[in-house]
Design a binder for this molecule. Structure first.
Ligand code: NAD
Ligand code: UD1
Length: 336
């Protein structure tokens, strides 16, 4: 298929392009580079041995989208483009709603005008809010989000669902990611956060490389096996492969489908620190800090629906995730 990848220069998009090309799909990328570097696409080109057609443009720019859809026969869109920093979304809600919601509405409108009604959307486990069941199945009701970023995901899921309800020609796959970490085993591409990392693994790798003195562990009084927060970390290459499987659902005219993409295993913050230390033989100094606002104790998936219906199963374990995160950081201390 000919796939438009929005946000393809970013962390998950760049890894997904590799899997798409290796599965013999064609790819066109649109990214405004607001949170990425075009070097990621050059590295992807090195890995796959072909150039990646790339448009530096904003998905809110209807005219540029029109140009892209007019010059390529796009069969489906994998929609990664969006702002994703939780804390920033609290202080800049308008920018988050404008970018994520308006951007997606513009994209959907141009898509339907060009008779392309197939979309895979990057959603998040954050839509479950404080989940009423663990492990979380797709039947778990959506919950209250604690920040505008989370609400954009929740609202966009609803918008996409309503589009499908009104017009059954739409095939919509909502992929709810758990906690993507790791990097391509080549060490050529990986996560490249701006400034102080918000998320656990990039913080750990920056401590490991000596950029930060120690990791703050946000709370050790949760109701978990060691008191620290438990999450479902998933290797980004496994996550990327999940998108290729989701395209097969689209090819079958799936209608509307929702899948959790996680491993089904929960690791605490201390488990991850220890796994990183063992995998890479590096000590990670840390100290216990107060809880972070909006955090929940435990969040991990039941990924069995994706296995049953898509034949998708995560392959990499936590040791490999830690190894590949470090391999990327060590080879690229300043990112791209
Ligand atoms: P990322 O920031 O690395 O990639 C997103 C890309 O979208 C960036 O390259 C950015 O420049 C681009 N972009 C943003 N707004 C745009 C716009 N208006 N027009 C064009 N391009 C735009 O993030 P990521 O980690 O690769 O995440 C990809 C998607 O997955 C996002 O929608 C994110 O919310 C979602 N997601 C990520 C995680 C995670 O932990 N990384 C978890 C759940 C969901
Ligand atoms: C966060 C977002 C979530 C988003 C996800 C994407 C919040 C509240 N949630 O999830 O909306 O979809 O990222 O990956 O930000 N931790 C530390 N020290 C740190 C960083 C994190 O102890 O410096 C802990 C956290 O308290 C948590 C765990 O590590 O228990 C994972 O944190 P993080 O990587 O930020 O992911 P989430 O909070 O699960």
């Amino acid at each position: 298929m000919n796939i438009l990848v929005t946000g393809g220069a970013g962390f998950i998009g760049s890894h997904t392009i590799i899997e798409l090309i290796q599965a013999h799909h064609q790819v066109v990328v649109i990214d405004n580079l607001c949170n990425s570097n075009p070097e990621s696409l050059r590295r992807v080109a090195t890995i796959v041995g072909q150039e990646i057609p790339f448009y530096k443009a904003d998905i809110r720019d209807r005219q540029r989208l029109e140009e892209i859809f007019s010059s390529h026969s796009i069969d489906a869109c994998i929609h990664f483009a969006g702002l994703k920093a939780v804390g920033e979304s609290v202080s800049m809600p308008w920018e988050y709603y404008d970018n994520n919601i308006n951007g997606t509405l513009t994209l959907l409108d141009v898509m339907r005008q060009h008779h392309c009604k197939n979309i895979i959307f990057s959603s998040s486990a954050t839509v479950y809010g404080s989940p009423v069941e663990i492990p979380i199945t797709e039947n778990c009701p959506k919950g209250q989000c604690t920040n505008p970023y989370g609400w954009t995901k929740s609202m966009l899921e609803q918008i996409l669902t309503d589009m499908h309800t009104a017009d059954s020609e739409w095939n919509v796959v909502l992929l709810r990611y758990f906690n993507p970490i790791g990097a391509h085993p080549s060490g050529l591409i990986g996560e490249n956060p701006n400034g102080i990392p918000n998320n656990l693994m990039p913080y750990i790798t920056q401590v490991a490389i000596g950029k930060r003195a120690e990791l703050g562990v946000f709370g050790n009084d949760y109701d978990t096996h060691d008191g620290t927060g438990v999450r479902d970390y998933i290797h980004v290459v496994d996550l990327a492969a999940g998108h290729v499987k989701a395209l097969q659902a689209i090819e079958r005219n799936c209608g509307l489908d929702i899948y959790n993409l996680g491993t089904g295993k929960g690791y605490s913050v201390l488990d991850v620190i220890h796994a990183f230390e063992e995998a890479n033989n590096i000590k990670i100094p840390y100290s216990i800090k107060p809880r972070r606002a909006g955090d929940i104790a435990t969040c991990f998936s039941d990924p069995s629906k994706a296995y049953r219906e898509l034949g998708w199963l995560a392959q990499y374990d936590i040791t490999e995730m830690c190894r590949d995160s470090w391999n990327w950081q060590r080879n690229n201390p300043e990112g791209f």
